[in-house]
Ligand binder design. Structure first.
Ligand SMILES: Cc1cc2nc3c(=O)[nH]c(=O)nc-3n(C[C@H](O)[C@H](O)[C@H](O)COP(=O)(O)OP(=O)(O)OC[C@H]3O[C@@H](n4cnc5c(N)ncnc54)[C@H](O)[C@@H]3O)c2cc1C
Length: 281
């Protein structure tokens, strides 16, 4: 085992030479939900994630004793019983405003979904394939479909998120969790996380979230602009066609793989649908 594997492997009995029913690329909400459903259906799964943490956009960190959503504030809201029942199996939820958040943050949800499933963080699909080609029957790919094909048909449009997070040495910065600062030229809001989590601290943590329509390689592609009239959807279909022709054993899914602006409940529904088709669950 090399140094990188020592750092990233969460299940030491898992070896690079193993063969898997499913290789799941991306430990975001989609990948984690599908991995759970497939594992519970008796399939052997490996999850790889290029970031150094699991959770995708839901990832949280504790700063000054406050749970901070590192890729933008997330509130969970669903009317679907099957989604609500499902998430309640993996976290305890408390009411926040119009929706809910998990007690202890979204990491609790993701870690419980991935419990006892081998996960390697800090490993991209390209790097993994170099070391372990053909290690799975089916690949569930939740990264951006255009990047998978090196954007050969052109880049798909995404709104991008610029987020700055600051710890502030005072009890409060603003009088509520969300304050809209501007809509033009970009949409900017400040979020004070202790109002969301209910945690008590002498300090506070605030994010400045700016969402812009133009692509910026240094920012997080956050919202697929599927219907923007700039030929994105047509380009997306070219990628879908190419994927079906060249990679029949790779399923492109999740927000970035399907190029759909799913919220969390829709992401779970889509993972459930895929599990139903693939696993008869
Ligand atoms: C700013 C913001 C605010 C949001 N607020 C809400 C909200 O309040 N309520 C709500 O319901 N939804 C919200 N959402 C939507 C929510 O984040 C998504 O529904 C959900 O995160 C989608 O999960 P996913 O697994 O499809 O994608 P992601 O979370 O993007 O996960 C994909 C994962 O794949 C990894 N990956 C990509 N390429 C590779 C590769 N080549 N190799 C290895 N790993 C790879 C990525 O690092 C990432 O971890 C918000 C989204 C954003 C951006």
């Amino acid at each position: 085992m090399d140094a990188q594997d020592k750092r990233t492997e969460t299940n030491p009995s898992d070896r690079q030479t193993d063969h898997y029913d499913y290789l799941i690329v991306g430990a975001g909400l989609f990948g984690s939900t599908f991995a759970r459903l497939a594992t519970d259906a008796g399939k052997k799964c490996l999850v790889i994630e290029e970031r150094d943490h699991v959770g995708g956009n839901l990832y949280c960190e504790k700063i000054a004793g406050i749970t901070v959503h590192m890729y933008g504030a997330h509130i969970f809201q669903t009317e679907e019983d099957k989604v609500w029942d499902f998430v309640n199996r993996y976290a305890t939820w408390k009411k926040y405003g119009y929706g809910y958040i998990p007690e202890g943050g979204y990491n609790v949800l993701i870690e419980n979904l991935l419990k006892d499933i081998p996960v390697r963080t800090g490993v991209s699909y390209a790097a993994f394939c170099k070391d372990c080609p053909d290690s799975a029957d089916i690949v569930i790919y939740t990264g951006p479909i255009d990047a998978f094909f090196d954007c050969c048909h052109g880049r798909l449009g995404y709104s991008c998120l610029d987020i700055q997070i600051k710890e502030i040495d005072q009890e409060h910065y603003q009088d509520k969790a969300f304050c809209l600062q501007s809509r033009h030229p970009a949409w900017v809001q400040t979020v004070e996380f202790k109002y969301i989590s209910g945690e008590v601290s002498d300090k506070t943590v605030v994010s400045w979230e700016r969402i812009q329509d133009e692509w910026d390689p240094n920012l997080l592609p956050c919202r697929p602009s599927r219907y923007d009239g700039n030929g994105n959807y047509k380009r997306y279909l070219q990628y879908v066609k190419e994927a079906a022709k060249k990679y029949p054993n790779i399923v492109f899914c999740g927000r970035l793989g399907r190029y759909m602006p799913y919220n969390m409940p829709e992401t779970i529904v889509e993972a459930m649908k895929l599990a139903q088709i693939r696993l008869n669950t």
